[in-house]
Ligand binder design. Sequence first.
Ligand SMILES: [Zn+2]
Length: 489
Amino acid sequence: MEFESVIGLEVHVQIKTRTKIFCGCPTTFGGEPNSQICPVCAGYPGVLPVLNRKVVRELARTALALKARVNSHSIFARKQYFYPDLPKNYQISQYELPLAEKGELSFTLDGQTRTIGIHRIHLEEDAGKLLHAVGNKALNHTLVDLNRTGVPLMEIVSEPDLRTPEEASEYLSTLRTRLRYLDVSDCNMEEGTMRCDANVSIRPRGQTSLGTKAEIKNMNSFKAVRDALSHEIRRQEQAVQAGERIVQETRLWDAARGVTISMRSKEEAHDYRYFPEPDLVPIHLDAAALEDLRKTIPEMPEQKRARYADQWGLSAYDVNVLTENPSLSGYYEETLTSSWPSEQQAEAAKPVANWVTTDLLGRLNAEHIDPADSPLTPARLGELVMLIQDGVISGKIAKTVFDEMWTTGRAAKDIVQAKGLVQVTDEGAIARWADEVISANEKAAREYREGNERAIGALVGAVLKKSAGKANPQLVNKILREKLSSKPS
Ligand SMILES: [Zn+2]
């Protein structure tokens, strides 16, 4: 029997705010345990939550960017469950009347464009964190840190429109890029500012009704999402083929063992006894407020990609790499626009893209630096590319200059001057090196004269070596060819 898998993702994203969703406690990461709490987020009786205005704005902006409908009237609900990281014994979330519904997100995978429905986007508060002091005899118990309690989250729930682990991963990465463009979240899966749970089921190909789903949790990277989904789909197929019935349950991804393991039978919504939160007033967003928010939405990745291709003639590859992170595209555009007048930008666009997507990005990734914090500024990189364009240094020497600029922060011109790296375009000097190289490499010279075009490569390389990489390669090539054709042996 041939199966089709059906995947829906529930993505929790921490909304970038200075303070928590219902109190003034800071949201900064990494504080001493329980140093960022107050009676409200610690769940004392008798306290009243006050909604942080910014979370509503950020969710509405996200909804607009995901073509979702923002409801003018929306309410909070209490989701009741007992767990030691939840001091109130209920989580303030949204159930009926979420802030936004019915959006969509498109991406292209293997040349095919897929549009995935977004079921709903709602606000909720995060819970605390349990620290299990397992194996420590002095601390043989579990500790609770409430710093995260009340940190604002938005939950973006997709329709079950995804069909493969690769699609799920691509959806997630497209969503992350978009949220980063909106600057609503850092979306860092490793640090937990973006978390993803998946609902997975299988059905015989051609069947339209849904199979019984399992919810997969504890996937902490894009790779984990792909691996966990692949494993879970295989597990369900094998179970069905063995005549077993799939049960609705929550399963945990165990990355070390590469398997999903059953955690608990999956709750139904009614298990949570949702009811409207009586301590918070409904959220009202009128059309004018929404219109104002729409104006704050920046250029989105797909618009930027079209503009880069159109305005600067960049390849699809360059455009994709440059626009994945708004910080990198910002760096690229600043390099180009701060160094070249608009009529010369098209010519510089490709060489600048090459430097940004290879040398610069390689360094930034290796040292875990955001492009916005690059020690090598856009203006400095622009100067380097100009030196190559003007023929002052060769592309090869530029690599050395780049390394030096990265570590010292000095200007390209200063490095080139101080180290005597100016490209040699003196034809007399190149001709002398060429003569020396031809007499020292008789075999290659003879082969070239006998018609082996490729033999010139070794000779060009030898001349460049003699010049310590500073000779202009085009000139070397030209002079060698002249010499080898005018003086047959
Ligand atoms: Zn608080």
